[in-house]
Design a protein around this ligand. Structure first.
Ligand code: ME8
Length: 518
């Protein structure tokens, strides 16, 4: 039976529309979902929206709307953005969905019955942007490091989850599972957090202060803290959509987040799971921030890049390529239009775009678009060297994707693109064509190049699905699956096969550097 795997993005807050940061996480998970499917694995790709809590209540007030109606509107924008961008999610969940609300209450009751939830008083500094209390040592000049605002002092009676009870078990679990949190820098950060007492977690908000939340099943004067509610989405949606075999998917649960929400995912969530008697997720993959002018791109700071604008201006695949290639998964990356345009022109317009159109042009110019035969007389060692470059690129790209390093996978694939260009320069088909006796060799060179393009389409499929399909269509060939055994790509065309007319896949972006450098 196919291996089951559950891939998740965070559920995004509906206090504003999707930007580059959300799009990056979603596109990484989409790329991996396509990759795992191509390896024959059974994927459940979950995304959605986080709709309760102070932050949303305040955002809806500012718009003079009731929170339900407000959340509905923005959630729809997230969903339709992902649809327009071609994101291949299997389920879009909303934390206001009935099945989720019911399951959160079930978990709360279970943990309460087990004695892990108690009533007490607490005062602390609370950042509404982050929806969490901050310890003084976590603040920078008395302000939240992300939102650059001073947290409010809040003191009240509340319910608490006995998180501290699971601290030792969490540490032991992390030590026994070196791949639980990657890249390793974030694992070390969590090990650091676990060296200090983690304390207990306040999991309620009195209705006198906030009504927009899930009511506690054991005290109707309170609603559930939004993080306790939101984290459970990863399970509630899976159980709802895959009721018969959710446990098999859960055993392969991989969460993808940025470092802003490391603590809730690495400390709150696994201890909640332990208290509920559910195994901890398989892996947490943490990436860095997209920044602009040194600041994190965020809705509250207003320095926003909209995915639909980028798609409209440069095409979705160009935008996907830039995000996946430019950010080393785990590190921060700064976004400038200049960097975008330079990479687009170098790697896409001059890189694969040019390669595809060159090969198809020569095929049409010399052979009226018909692929020629290769035989012992027309075959050369260089053909095998090029084949080898693709076999290596594939092996390395697969290994990089298995380790959640899409930037490395693309780097490897572009080495194969470079190998094609080198092959053309060395074979000099335009010169050979002048010698009648060499014409069959020109046919063989172009056949090898068409095979290479077909293979390139296969390799690009998870990263740039439209481009992959386009190249395959131009070649009149199926892109095929990445994990096809022993790439059957050499001499894959019958002699006489007609390929399409050359097209410019990625027209160069002509914008003055000064204009885009802003
Ligand atoms: O935190 N760079 O939702 P959110 C990279 N609802 N990624 C970024 C980013 C940036 N500048 N800005 C946002 C929440 N992201 C909670 C999550 S999950 C149970 C609850 C991405 O709308 C990144 O994935 O603030 C980050 O972790 C997430 O959006 C935060 O989205």
């Amino acid at each position: 039976m196919a291996e089951k795997i559950h891939l998740t993005t965070p559920v995004y807050y509906v206090n504003a529309e999707p930007h580059l940061g959300h799009t990056y996480t979603t596109v990484v998970v989409d790329t991996l979902a396509r990759f795992h499917r191509s390896m024959g694995r059974d994927v459940f790709f979950l995304t959605g929206t986080d709709e309760h809590g102070d932050k949303i209540a305040r955002a809806s007030e500012a718009k003079n709307q009731d929170p339900k109606q407000y959340a509905e509107g923005v959630s729809r924008i997230f969903r339709s953005t992902w649809d327009t961008c071609g994101i291949s999610y299997d389920h879009f969940m909303r934390t206001t969905d009935d099945y989720h609300v019911a399951f959160v209450r079930e978990v709360l009751q279970k943990v309460h019955d087990a004695g892990d939830i108690y009533f007490g008083e607490y005062g602390g500094r609370y950042c509404v942007g982050c929806e969490r209390f901050y310890a003084d040592r976590e603040l920078v000049d008395g302000k939240c490091p992300d939102h650059k605002t001073e947290p409010e002092w809040i003191a009240e009676e509340n319910y608490f989850f006995r998180m501290s009870r699971y601290q030792d078990a969490l540490l032991a679990h992390l030590e026994a599972n070196p791949e639980l949190i990657t890249p390793v820098g974030y694992r070390n950060e969590v090990l650091g957090l676990l060296r200090e007492p983690i304390g207990d977690l306040c999991i309620s908000r009195p209705k006198s202060r906030l009504t927009w939340g899930i009511e506690l099943p054991f005290d109707d004067r309170y609603v559930c803290y939004v993080w306790f509610d939101a984290l459970i989405n990863y399970l509630s949606a899976l159980r709802h959509a895959r009721p018969d075999d959710w446990e098999a998917y859960w055993a392969g649960a991989h969460h993808f987040i940025a470092k802003d929400i490391l603590k809730p995912h690495s400390v709150f969530w696994p201890t909640m799971l332990m208290a509920a008697g559910i195994p901890v997720y398989r892996a947490l993959h943490v990436h860095g921030y997209w920044t602009m002018d040194e600041s994190k791109i965020s809705k509250s700071l207003g320095n926003v890049i909209r995915p639909l604008d980028m798609r409209e201006r440069f095409g979705m695949d160009g935008f996907r390529y830039f995000m996946l290639r430019d950010m080393a998964f785990g590190s921060d990356s700064s976004f400038t239009e200049k960097a975008f345009v330079e990479r687009f022109n170098a790697d896409l317009a001059n890189g694969i775009g040019n390669l595809v159109s060159r090969v198809l042009s020569m095929q049409h110019k010399y052979f009226e678009g018909r692929v020629q035969a290769i035989n012992e007389d027309t075959e050369r060692v260089a053909d095998h060297t090029l084949e080898q470059a693709f076999v290596e690129a594939e092996t390395r790209a697969i290994a990089a994707l298995e380790r959640t390093m899409p930037h490395v996978a693309l780097e490897e694939i572009w080495k194969a693109v470079a190998a094609c260009n080198k092959y053309i320069v060395e074979m000099e088909p335009f010169k050979l064509w002048k010698d009648d006796e060499q014409k069959p060799r020109v046919g063989a060179v172009l056949h090898v190049l068409c095979d290479a393009l077909r293979h390139l389409a296969r390799l690009l499929a998870p990263f740039m699905p439209e481009t992959s399909a386009k190249i395959a269509t131009l070649l009149g060939a199926e892109a095929g699956r990445l994990a096809d055994p022993a790439p059957p790509w050499r001499r894959s065309f019958c002699p006489g096969h007609l390929v399409g007319q050359p097209e410019r896949l990625f027209p160069r972006i002509e914008i003055e550097v000064d204009e885009v450098a802003k």
